[in-house]
Design a protein around this ligand. Structure first.
Ligand code: DC
Length: 227
C-alpha cells in the first residue's frame, strides 16, 4: 500500500476533483478520480444495452471489460477495451445513469478492490470520490470532506459547462445536483458521508487555490508530526 494516502470525499460539484488533482501535483503524488470508474462501468453497460438495475449483468460487465485508468498531464484518461472514453464518460446521460452502478453492492466491491490495487502500486496518492475515507481507505493518513452550498455548486458546474457544451440552465443544474446528493447520501452501500475522522472544509466562499493551500497546510502539519 502507498506510504501516504489522502482521501477527498464530497458531493457532486464540490470542487474535489480539481482540488485533488492540484493537491496531488503539489505533493508529487498520484491522483485517482474514482467517479471516473463508476462512469466507465456505466458507459460500458449502456453500450452493451444491459438493464442497469440488473446487478449480475453489471458485475459481468465490470469483470469482462478491460478498464484502464491512467494519468496524463494531470488528467485521468479512461479506456474501455483499449478505446479512449475519457470524454464520453462525462456526458449527461452517463452522469444520470451512474447512480445505478453506484447502488450495486457487488460492483462497488469490485471497484473498491481496483482502487486499492491502484494505490498499492504507488508511493503517494490523493484519491477522491464518495467513500474513499469511509470504505476504500478507512485507514488513510489524512481524510478530507469538501462541501459547498448547492447554489454555489450549481454556479461552478454552470461555469464548467460554459467552457464545454454551453451554459445550461442554473435552476436545472441545481436540481440535478440536489437529486444526485439525495441518491448519493441515501444508498445502502458506500453512502456519501464524512468519515468520523475527516477534516470538513466548506468551500462555498473559497477559491480553488485557497482550498488547495488549506489542504496542503493540513498535510504538511500531519507529515511533520509523522517524522
Ligand atoms: O464524482 P463523479 O460525479 O464523477 O461521480 C460519478 C458517480 O459515481 C456519482 O453518481 C457518484 C458515484 N461515485 C460513487 O458512488 N463512489 C465514488 N467513490 C465515486 C463516485
Amino acid at each position: 500500500m502507498a506510504d501516504l494516502i489522502i482521501t477527498i470525499d464530497g458531493p457532486a460539484a464540490s470542487g474535489k476533483s480539481t482540488v485533488a488533482r492540484l493537491l496531488a501535483h503539489k505533493l508529487d503524488a498520484s491522483f485517482l478520480d474514482t467517479g471516473a470508474m463508476y462512469r466507465a462501468v456505466t458507459l460500458a453497460a449502456m453500450r452493451a444495452g444491459v438493464d442497469l438495475s440488473d446487478e449480475q449483468k453489471l458485475l459481468d460487465i465490470t469483470q469482462t471489460c478491460e478498464f484502464q485508468f491512467s494519468v496524463k498531464a494531470g488528467k485521468m484518461t479512461v479506456r474501455i477495451d483499449n478505446t479512449d472514453v475519457t470524454e464520453q464518460i462525462r456526458n449527461p446521460e452517463v452522469t444520470a445513469n451512474a447512480r445505478y452502478i453506484a447502488a450495486a453492492p457487488r460492483v462497488r466491491e469490485e471497484l473498491v478492490q481496483m482502487q486499492r490495487r491502484f494505490a498499492a502500486d504507488r508511493h503517494k496518492i490523493v484519491t477522491e470520490g464518495r467513500d474513499q475515507g469511509t470504505v476504500a481507505f478507512d485507514d488513510a493518513d489524512i481524510k478530507f470532506y469538501l462541501t459547498a452550498d448547492p447554489a454555489e455548486r450549481a454556479r461552478r458546474r454552470q461555469a464548467e459547462l460554459q467552457g464545454e457544451s454551453g451554459a445550461g440552465n442554473l435552476q436545472q443544474i441545481q436540481k440535478a445536483i440536489e437529486e444526485r446528493d439525495k441518491s448519493d447520501e441515501s444508498r445502502a452501500v458506500g453512502p456519501l458521508k464524512p468519515a468520523e475522522d475527516a477534516i470538513i472544509v466548506d468551500t462555498t466562499n473559497m477559491s480553488i487555490e485557497q482550498v488547495v493551500e488549506k489542504l496542503a497546510g493540513y498535510v504538511k502539519e500531519k507529515c511533520s508530526k509523522k517524522t
